[in-house]
Design a protein around this ligand. Structure first.
Ligand SMILES: CC(C)(COP(=O)(O)OP(=O)(O)OC[C@H]1O[C@@H](n2cnc3c(N)ncnc32)[C@H](O)[C@@H]1OP(=O)(O)O)[C@@H](O)C(=O)NCCC(=O)NCCS
Length: 132
């Protein structure tokens, strides 16, 4: 089993999106932006930025959990279920990764847990690398 976590200052995301609004498309999918605006939330509001910051944290936490620095922000997508619970997709495919996010004030965080076959795959990769 492997895990990853990440903590993000919401003001960092707000600052980026206010300075360079076009950056949103380089980091987040249309679906992630729509999820952040669910319930009638304005895209430029603090709530939308808190939700986007949590999704940013989830992407970083995924890279840590999988030890996959090759993955870019648009390779990893947080999708929100009808219940509000998040799930992780990578390169357009659903994953077994467990993800949890929270945000309060200027802080947003995410944890990602990778179990079983992903962890096994990682151990095998490490062993193959060590044997080279
Ligand atoms: C789901 C719930 C626990 C979220 O807690 P919260 O303090 O309001 O919100 P947080 O900022 O910590 O977390 C928000 C994130 O929780 C996640 N979340 C929301 N609903 C979820 C669910 N059903 N399952 C798992 N995660 C969920 C989402 O990722 C959300 O982020 P998003 O809005 O950016 O998509 C809360 O809304 C709820 O349903 N509470 C009812 C239970 C209760 O009353 N508990 C009190 C004491 S135990």
């Amino acid at each position: 089993m492997r895990c990853g976590c990440d903590l993000v200052h919401v003001s960092r995301i707000s600052g980026l999106l206010n300075r360079r609004p076009e950056a949103i498309g380089r980091v987040f999918s249309d679906r992630e932006v729509a999820d952040a605006c669910r319930g009638g939330v304005e895209p430029t509001s603090i709530v939308a930025h808190q939700r986007l910051a949590a999704r940013w944290a989830a992407k970083e936490a995924t890279v840590k959990a999988l030890d996959r620095p090759d993955l870019g922000p648009r390779d990893i997508e947080v999708r929100t279920r009808g219940s509000g619970a998040p799930e992780l997709w990578i390169e357009g495919a659903a994953t077994d990764l467990a993800v949890s996010m929270s945000h309060d004030g200027d802080l947003a965080l995410a944890f990602v847990v990778a179990a079983d076959q992903l962890a096994t795959h990682h151990v095998q990769e490490e062993a193959a690398h060590a044997a080279r």
